[in-house]
Design a protein. Structure first.
Length: 148
């Protein structure tokens, strides 16, 4: 299922995830002594750097979600090194106006070259330090992975 074939409209998404937690699959991709992140243009987390992640769709396997999000957000194939940790997005209501998300973070590698811009026009970059404008919960990941 591509990004353009989402299972429901933005209105349905908001209605559903205003009532129940959402699960996301997230990729912590460490290369060249840095972490790969994208700069959000979408309404959710707009203008913030974040590690690539996507909602886990109904009856979609975690592995398939990881393949999908790596393609959508980075245009690459990743190699899953295993589950690393979970994140609870307590700041989500502040930034989105609704929501309660639990992110499953996986450590990954790749043999592919990264694009500078993804298919939705977001900037893709390798960070060796923590940017100021970052999704608050992603700061936790970067502190651990960059040993700050």
């Amino acid at each position: 299922m591509s990004k353009k074939e989402r299972p429901f409209t933005p209105e349905q998404f908001k209605e559903i995830y205003s009532k129940v937690p959402r699960i996301t699959v997230e990729i912590a991709l460490k290369i060249d002594n840095g972490i790969v992140m994208t700069h959000r243009k979408e309404a959710s987390w707009n203008n913030l750097w974040h590690i690539p992640g996507a909602t886990l769709y109904y009856q979609e396997s975690i592995d398939n979600a990881m393949i999908r999000l790596a393609h959508e957000e980075l245009g690459i194939t990743v190699i899953n090194q295993g589950f690393w940790q979970y994140l609870e997005y307590f700041s989500e209501t502040k930034y989105r106006g609704y929501g309660s998300t639990i992110g499953l973070v996986f450590l990954c590698t790749t043999n592919d070259e990264l694009p500078q811009i993804n298919e939705t026009g977001e900037t893709v970059a390798i960070w060796k330090q923590i940017p100021d404008n970052i999704v608050p919960e992603h700061r936790i990941i970067l502190e651990k992975l960059l040993n700050v």
